[in-house]
Design a protein around this ligand. Structure first.
Ligand SMILES: [Zn+2]
Length: 519
C-alpha cells in the first residue's frame, strides 16, 4: 500500500527539483516541526525585509562566529554544527542545487586550505535570498546569501567575505555565544545559535532570539555583539588568507568601500541594528587597504566557475524564462557582458526553460567547443537530451562525464536522477551511498535514495531514507513516523531493524530535548 503511494510522492518531490532551479521548493520549509514553529516568527521577519533588501543600501557585513573549542570537544562541536544546519534548513531556503553547492564549497575549500589555523571539514552553503550577507555557525558551517554572490564584482571580492568568515571560526570569536547557551541541551543550543545567525542576518536579533528560545534576548544579544577587535582580526587574517590563496588581497577593502558608499545613502536613523554596531567605517576600509598593501599586488582573472554560478543564480531569479531570453539575447548581441561564455550559458538555460531545444542546442555547442569538460555544460547537455525525448543519450553524457570527473557531486546526483528516469533504480543505491561518505548531509542524495529504494520494491529501506531526509530538514516528527513504519516491516533483517531502532531512540531523545526547552 505504502509503496505505490510513496513512489508517486517521491516522484512529485523530485519533479519539483528541476535541474535549472534546483532549489528546495518552499513547501519543504513549511513542513510543521518544532523548529519550524519556533522559528516561524523569524522566517516572517526575514522575508518581510527581503523585498527591500535588494536595494544597494543593504550592506550588513557577515558575522557570527562559533562556539569555542575550549568548551566543546571536536566531536561535540561537530554534532552541534550538524544540529545547527538542520535548524537552518528548517527555517531558511537553503539552496540544494548541486552545481551551485559544489561551486561555493570548492571556493570555500581554497580559502580554508590557505588559512594555516583552519582544520577539519568546513561546509559552505547558499541561501536563496537577496541579502548581501554571510554568517558562520558551529562546526565550520558557513552560510552565504545568494545576494552576496550577485553583488560582488569579482571572485576575489566573494572570496574576501568567505576568508573573513573562516577567520571568525578559526579565531573562535563566538565563545561568548556558547557561554550564553551552555545551559541548554545540544539540540536546543543549536536552535538558539541558528536563531542568532538568522537574527544577525535580519535586522532584529533580539526578536529572533526571543521567538526562538524564550531566553532573555537582550542579555544574550550583549553576549554576541562583535567587538571591533574581532572584526579587525577577521579582516586582517582574511586578507592574509586571500593573498595566500592567490586572490587579490585588495578585493576586501574594495568591496567594503563600495558597500560603505552604499550605506551613506541610508538615513542613519534607519540603519539596521547590525550595521549600527558593526559599521563599515572609513577607518576599517583604510586599515584593510593598509594590510592589503603589504602583500604583492596580484591581478587575478575570475574563474569561469564563478561567472557560471552568477548567471545560474540570475536565471533562477527570473520569473519567466522569456525574461532570460530577452536579457541574454540583448547582452550577447550588444557585447554587454563581463564574461561571454557565462552569458551564453544563461541564454542556454533560459532557452531550455522555454522549451526552445533546437536553439539551446546550437548555443550549447558553441560552449562545449570551448570547454568540453565543463560540468555545467555536461549537465545542461544531458538535460537537453532528456527533455527533447532521448533520456538514454542524456544519461550517457553524464556517465562519460563521470569518467573524467570521478565521484563529482553534481554529475553523480544528475546521473542518479537519470538512472531513475530510465527505470534502473538498483544502480542508484550504491552510487549515492558512496557519495554520502563525503557529504553525509546531502538532502538531495537521501531524497533520491528514498525514491530508488521505493522503485526497487525495498519499501522499508525507502522509509529509512525518507526518515533521514526529514531529519536533515529539521522535521523530526515525520522522521520518527517513517522509522516507525519501516520497523513494522517483518522482512527487515535483524541488522537493519537494530540500526533503525537505535536511530529512532536517538531522534526521539533529540525531540524531547527540544520540547523540554519550550516549556
Ligand atoms: Zn565579521
Amino acid at each position: 500500500m505504502w509503496q505505490g503511494a510513496t513512489k508517486s510522492a517521491h516522484r512529485r518531490e523530485l519533479s519539483d527539483c528541476d535541474p535549472v532551479s534546483g532549489v528546495m521548493p518552499a513547501k519543504y520549509n513549511s513542513v510543521i516541526s518544532i523548529r519550524t514553529l519556533l522559528l516561524s516568527g523569524i522566517v516572517a521577519l526575514l522575508f518581510g525585509i527581503t523585498s527591500q533588501s535588494l536595494a544597494a543600501n543593504d550592506i550588513r557585513l557577515p558575522d557570527i562566529g562559533n562556539p569555542s573549542g575550549n568548551v566543546l570537544t571536536p566531536a561535540q562541536e561537530k554534532r552541534l554544527g550538524r544540529a545547527f544546519m538542520r535548524s537552518i534548513r528548517s527555517s531558511l531556503p537553503v539552496i540544494q542545487d548541486p552545481l551551485l553547492s559544489a561551486y561555493i564549497q570548492s571556493l570555500g575549500e581554497r580559502i580554508v586550505q590557505a588559512n594555516e589555523n583552519a582544520s577539519g571539514g568546513f561546509q559552505f552553503f547558499l541561501i536563496d535570498a537577496q541579502q548581501v550577507n554571510a554568517f558562520a555557525g558551529p562546526g565550520g558551517h558557513i552560510g552565504v546569501y545568494a545576494g552576496l554572490i550577485t553583488t560582488t564584482e569579482s571572485e576575489s571580492e566573494l572570496a574576501s567575505v568567505l576568508a573573513h568568515e573562516v577567520a571568525h571560526v578559526t579565531q573562535k570569536h563566538l565563545v561568548r555565544t556558547y557561554d550564553a547557551v551552555q545551559t541548554m541541551s545540544l539540540p536546543a543550543a543549536a536552535v538558539a545559535i541558528a536563531a542568532i545567525a538568522i537574527g544577525a542576518a535580519t535586522d532584529n536579533p533580539d526578536m529572533a532570539l526571543a521567538a526562538a528560545t524564550g531566553v532573555q534576548a537582550g542579555m544574550m544579544q550583549r553576549e554576541i555583539n562583535f567587538t571591533r577587535s574581532h572584526e579587525e582580526e577577521a579582516d586582517s587574517i582574511g586578507i592574509k588568507t586571500l593573498a595566500e590563496a592567490g586572490f587579490d588581497p585588495t578585493a576586501m577593502p574594495v568591496f567594503f568601500s563600495r558597500m560603505g558608499k552604499a550605506s551613506r545613502l541610508y538615513d542613519n536613523g534607519k540603519l539596521p541594528e547590525f550595521l549600527r554596531t558593526h559599521p563599515v567605517t572609513t577607518n576599517r576600509i583604510a586599515d584593510a587597504y593598509g594590510r592589503a598593501g603589504t602583500f604583492p599586488y596580484r591581478q587575478r582573472a575570475d574563474s569561469l566557475d564563478y561567472h557560471l554560478a552568477r548567471e545560474r543564480l540570475r536565471v533562477m531569479a527570473f520569473k519567466d524564462p522569456r525574461e532570460g531570453i530577452d536579457f541574454y539575447s540583448k547582452s550577447l548581441n550588444d557585447g554587454r557582458y563581463r564574461n561571454e561564455e557565462a552569458h551564453r550559458y544563461g541564454y542556454v538555460l533560459s532557452l531550455i526553460g522555454n522549451r526552445q531545444y533546437e536553439q539551446a542546442r546550437e548555443q550549447l555547442e558553441r560552449l562545449t567547443r570551448e570547454s568540453p569538460e565543463q560540468v555545467e555544460y555536461l549537465v545542461a547537455g544531458s538535460d537537453l537530451e532528456k527533455l527533447s525525448g532521448d533520456p538514454q543519450a542524456g544519461l550517457e553524457i553524464l556517465k562519460t562525464g563521470l569518467k573524467t570527473h570521478p565521484a563529482n557531486y553534481p554529475l553523480t546526483i544528475y546521473y542518479a536522477q537519470a538512472l531513475l528516469d530510465i527505470g534502473q533504480p538498483q544502480k542508484v543505491i550504491p552510487l549515492l551511498e558512496q557519495q554520502l561518505q563525503g557529504r553525509p548531509d546531502s538532502v538531495l542524495a537521501y531524497k533520491l535514495l528514498a525514491q530508488a529504494a521505493g522503485d526497487s520494491g525495498r519499501g522499508s529501506e525507502g522509509h529509512g531514507y525518507l526518515a533521514e531526509y526529514y531529519y536533515l530538514i529539521g522535521d523530526l516528527k515525520s522522521a520518527l513516523n517513517h522509522l516507525e513504519t519501516a520497523l513494522r516491516d517483518r522482512d527487515l533483517s535483524y541488522y537493519e531493524s537494530a540500526r533503525m531502532a537505535a536511530r529512532l531512540k536517538e531522534i526521539r531523545q533529540e525531540k524531547e530535548d527540544l520540547e523540554a526547552r519550550e516549556k
